[in-house]
Design a protein around this ligand. Structure first.
Ligand code: NAD
Length: 494
């Protein structure tokens, strides 16, 4: 159904707005979710005109348009307001523009504010929205907030309190764009629509779970931001713990925002919070050195732009989470994420337990590898390919009785993947529909920080021996030792 809404995008000239938000708004427009009755105000410090802004917006949707007229009509809904978010008087002109657009497009006072800029400004922006009367319109007021939400539990709590002065929890949409991805949402379909999996989804049948988010790129131009953050805060606190909670949660009684959220929070609450001593044996950090992959040479992290020469920031994390509840007691959830790894890919491996006895082993003199069958593994591919596969053991054709692993593979074709809505498009539409299912609730953010803070504190007490892995590899040796100590290995070996 067509939405009537005024978007105000703070950071309208920024990278996120241009790469993700404008193309996503255009896709919604093409599908008819946005038609005539919407307007967008882009704000940032640069003194752009409306015309220039519209040119920029049209530039971001070049590959998606059917005709120039279509692009121009779409862009005619965009207005630019030069604005320093710390300057109170600027909000008065912003309000004037917002009121006039509300009249012009008959938007019934519905407003969605998108904070696509540095989190340092989130508190300032929302308090000004209230003090300068921007929220005194009749319709709904929602705020979409980009990550990172705080830099530890204390700062996240303070930020949340500032935002809560102005917006209620139901009006806050904390984006974790991973939650908008098709295959992440598919985790629930795989689990709750297939009895063969859900009946086995526990510590009696599952040996371990492995969550990988690997990037082949380095820090590129984001060195300044990344050097202050590191992989733990950039990836584990949000995306990885969100994926983990979807894998580990109990089946919700209904697939609704409230029920899902309740179960995710329960799963996060059951994750063991380590002592600082336990962090040392359960978590590994790494930083990439100069390296080579095929004929490509890569600089080390410390040589990247805007990165300190003696930086102690981790570009890699591997770790083991334990979940202390009836379902998961004793099952390690291994996680691994990093930059400049061998291959880009987000994939989850659910590793099932072995059959109790391998009746196919020939005799006691069989070597170790023949005594054990390959494990059954359910792999969920999230990106760049989307789909899932199940590896089973079958009989190798021939006289003898050798088993061999076979893979049932279901991958969405490139064509289907291209046509699936972008994560940002799905999440924007959810926010317009007032559906917070795929956004992060404060209780989830809070618990994730509590889990991650302990790891950070333990690490901050010691100077790491960095760099410790070569660019183009899958991380330091310690990440392999972590699983080997439990008798396991990483299933994904690119
Ligand atoms: P960016 O640096 O490209 O853009 C920042 C924007 O803020 C610019 O439009 C700039 O003009 C504006 N700005 C800065 N100071 C201002 C001030 N005082 N008053 C008014 N405007 C001001 O940043 P980005 O990459 O677009 O990221 C924005 C947010 O999104 C950040 O919170 C970031 O962590 C998050 N994020 C970005 C990406 C991405 O792919 N770029 C991905 C995930 C999350």
């Amino acid at each position: 159904m067509e939405k009537k809404v005024l978007f105000t995008i703070f950071g309208g000239t920024g990278d996120l707005a241009q790469r993700k938000l404008y193309p996503s708004l255009f896709r919604l427009y093409k599908k008819g979710d946005l038609k005539e009755d919407f307007a967008v105000i882009g704000t940032a410090r640069r003194p752009w005109s409306d015309d220039h802004y519209r040119e920029v917006v049209m530039g971001t949707i070049e590959d998606l348009i059917e005709s120039k007229e279509q692009a121009e009509t779409f862009a005619s809904h965009f207005y630019y307001q030069s604005h320093d978010v710390t300057d109170t008087t600027h909000y008065d002109s912003l309000k004037e523009l917002a009121d006039s657009l509300d009249q012009k497009y008959q938007l019934e006072g519905n407003q969605l504010f998108y904070l696509a800029m540095s989190p340092n400004f989130f508190g300032t922006i929302v308090s000004h929205l209230k003090s300068q009367g921007m929220l005194e319109t009749e319709g709904y007021h929602r705020v979409v907030i980009e990550k990172p939400f705080g830099s530890d539990y204390a700062s996240a709590k303070q930020l949340n309190e500032e935002i809560n002065q102005v917006f209620s929890e139901q009006e806050i949409y904390r984006i974790d764009h991973y939650l908008g991805k098709e295959m992440i949402q598919n985790i629930s379909a795989i689990r709750f629509a297939n009895n063969i999996f859900e009946s086995q989804w526990n510590n009696r049948y599952i040996d371990n779970v492995q969550i990988n988010i690997a990037e082949d790129l380095g820090v590129e131009e984001r060195g300044g931001y990344y050097d202050k953050s590191g992989a733990l805060k950039d990836m584990v606190q949000n995306h990885i713990l969100q994926i983990l909670s979807l894998l580990a949660m109990e089946p919700p009684v209904a697939f609704s925002e409230k029920e899902l959220r309740t179960e995710k929070i329960k799963a996060l609450n059951a994750i063991r919070i380590y002592s600082e001593e336990e962090v040392k044996t359960n978590f590994v950090r790494g930083q990439y050195a100069h390296g080579q992959l095929e004929d490509q040479q890569f600089a080390g992290y410390r040589e990247e732009m805007n990165v300190a020469e003696d930086s102690a920031t981790e570009t890699f994390v591997a770790g083991k989470f334990l979940i202390d509840n009836f379902r998961w007691s004793g099952v390690p959830f291994y996680v691994r994420t990093g930059k400049r790894l061998t291959e880009k890919g987000t994939r989850i491996n659910i590793v099932f337990k072995q059959v109790p006895v391998n009746v196919f082993k020939k005799d006691v003199t069989d070597c170790e590898s023949k005594k054990k069958l390959a494990p059954n593994v359910l792999t969920i591919y999230i990106q760049p390919t989307e789909g899932f596969s199940l590896s089973l053991n079958g009989k190798e054709i021939g006289q003898g009785f050798d088993t061999l692993p076979v893979k049932l593979d279901y991958r969405n074709s490139t064509e289907i993947v291209e046509n699936t809505p972008e994560a940002y498009e799905k999440l924007l539409l959810d926010a317009l529909n007032g559906d917070g299912t795929n956004f992060t609730h404060w209780d989830e953010v809070a618990q994730s920080w509590r889990i991650v803070d302990v790891i950070r504190h333990a690490w901050d007490k010691e100077t790491p021996d960095f760099p410790n892995y070569s660019a183009g590899t899958m991380g330091p040796k310690a990440a392999y030792d972590l699983l080997a100590a439990d008798g396991f290995e990483w299933i994904w070996k690119p």
